[in-house]
Design a protein around this ligand. Structure first.
Ligand code: MN
Length: 520
């Protein structure tokens, strides 16, 4: 459904900026393949507009927006641009292949930002609004203009800029709470003021973009919708600059659960929420806190006896939403060591994988290995296994074998590791402060490199001591960070896989920036 075609006055456009504002947050950078996976997930769950990046920011950002523009058909693909010609042109060019595209241009309008950050007079800012929107319209009819730091902008000037932006052809007007400063009553009043005072406001859709510095991003967004805004900018898991953006799953589930007091509709298939959340956590290594609304591990867990008793009698006693409504289904025992190729292929289809013949063969072989080690193979295991296979395909460095000696004995933990580097097997023994340290020291010995380990994180894919471990490793080199993941029933093997995955990604980053540095 096009954002322009929608005629229902209560229809709220869901504008996802996980790949732009979310990706901008420290440690959250994603590579092209990861951005494409997220974009397809967002499209599949019914997001109206996908803000894919900030094309002028870097060649990588330009490429990501351009590639996403080529494959996404059911959502509008959006690129961000400051008000300068080069910014707008970069966004327009990057978006060229998109079936439906939006250029999103912005400039600060608050007195503080104009004088300190931009060092521009209000008159010049006003002219920049007109010029940037006019230029963006050369690339598409779908242009969004944002008044950066909108909640700290003087009302007269805000209204004047909005009116001019609409006159110049902007079809969406975003009034962001860039610094996460506003509160629900004040923000609702601001939106109402704009709706009442800007004479041509009926020609545009009002959008909101809230940050969570005071924990109010979702509350502010919903207050704005009740006041007349009809687009909400948000991210999966609420990732984003500083304390993050309004979280999509909270916005969407609040609108759904409290439709009685907020009679608005949107296009999101809420049963895809859990999958989207886990995909993003896996890619970035940013797990959500256990008590996070909607997607936290405890969001649907009932511990207190009196609650459990009530829920068993009737789920609605303590549950305002069902786990199923967000796609959280009980782990089902699906396959075991006697399951055949046909059953496995059917399961892949059911889980939404469309693998080529070779990848399917490899996945089946790994499933059989897993079933030998683990009695019960759950859906989550298959997802971890296939994602692991996809992630590690075509890497320059591969894990061949690992042996670890550790325990309470008074000798340092020892690792014996064999890696394949560009087709050549290399072996070493190493020691360390612990088994993980010993194994990582071996990797450094076999493939010398100088990076900082910023994150090492283990979590279990399912319950039980035979569960697969999913490990995230974040490496930093010259200010660039990459996240690597690995899954295995052996935590140490998963750790080495995750480290090597991150290292492989760093090599791809290096290839783009400094081909000479590729030797190690
Ligand atoms: Mn923002």
């Amino acid at each position: 459904m096009s954002t322009q075609q929608s005629t229902d006055p209560n229809r709220v456009i869901i504008f996802d900026t996980t790949l732009r504002d979310g990706e901008q947050s420290p440690g959250c950078s994603m590579n092209l393949e990861e951005k494409l996976r997220i974009a397809k997930q967002l499209e599949g769950m019914g997001v109206d507009v996908i803000e894919a990046g900030f094309p002028i920011a870097s060649p990588g950002d330009f490429e990501a927006v351009n590639e996403i523009a080529k494959v996404i058909k059911d959502a509008v693909v959006c690129g961000l641009a400051r008000s300068g010609n080069m910014d707008v042109d970069a966004a327009g060019e990057a978006l060229k292949p998109a079936e439906r595209k939006r250029v999103h241009t912005f400039i600060s309008t608050s007195p503080l930002h104009m004088s300190v950050k931009l060092q521009m007079d209000p008159e010049d800012v006003h002219q920049a609004v007109i010029d940037s929107v006019t230029r963006a319209r050369k690339y598409t009819d779908d242009v969004e203009w944002s008044a950066e730091d909108g909640t700290r902008t003087e009302h007269d000037f805000l209204c004047r800029c909005i009116e001019s932006a609409i006159d110049a052809g902007a079809t969406t007007i975003n009034i962001p709470d860039t610094v996460g400063y506003t509160v629900p009553t004040e923000y609702a009043a601001l939106i109402e003021m704009v709706m009442n005072r800007v004479p041509n406001v009926d020609k545009a859709r009002i959008s909101v973009h809230c940050h969570n510095d005071l924990g109010l991003a979702v509350a502010n967004s919903l207050a704005a919708v009740s006041a007349g805004a009809r687009q909400v900018e948000c991210t999966i898991n609420g990732i984003g600059e500083r304390a993050g953006n309004a979280s999509m799953e909270e916005i969407v589930m609040a609108l759904r659960t409290r439709h009685d007091v907020m009679p608005f509709v949107n296009n999101i298939d809420t049963t895809e929420i859990t999958k989207a959340s886990r995909m993003l956590s896996g890619i970035t290594g940013f797990n959500v806190q256990p008590n996070k609304a909607i997607v936290g591990a405890n969001a649907f867990a009932h511990e207190a006896g009196i609650h459990q008793d009530g829920v068993l009698k009737d789920a609605s006693t303590y549950e305002i939403m069902t786990p199923e409504s967000v796609g959280l289904v009980q782990s089902k025992l699906v396959l075991g060591k006697h399951s055949g190729r046909h059953a496995f292929n059917e399961k892949l289809k059911e889980l939404g994988y469309d693998l080529g013949d070779n990848a399917k063969q490899d996945a089946f072989r790994r499933f059989k290995d897993l079933a030998d080690l683990k009695k019960d193979v759950f859906d989550e295991d298959i997802v971890a296994l296939v994602d692991d296979e996809v992630m590690h395909a075509g890497e320059r460095i591969k894990v061949v074998s690992l042996e670890i000696n550790c325990g309470t004995v008074h000798t340092p933990p020892k690792a014996s590791l064999t890696l394949e580097v560009d087709g050549e097997e290399k072996f070493c023994d190493g020691t360390g402060d612990g088994p993980v340290d010993a194994a990582f020291n071996c990797i450094k010995e076999l493939f010398p490199h100088d990076t900082n380990l910023q994150l090492y994180q283990v979590h279990a894919v399912t319950q039980g001591t035979d569960a697969q471990a999913e490990v995230s490793v974040r490496l930093e080199e010259n200010g660039k960070t990459v996240n690597g993941q690995g899954a295995d029933t052996d935590t140490m093997v998963a750790s080495v896989k995750a480290y090597v995955h991150a290292l492989n990604k760093l090599l791809v980053e290096r290839e783009k920036t400094a081909p000479a540095a590729l030797s190690a």
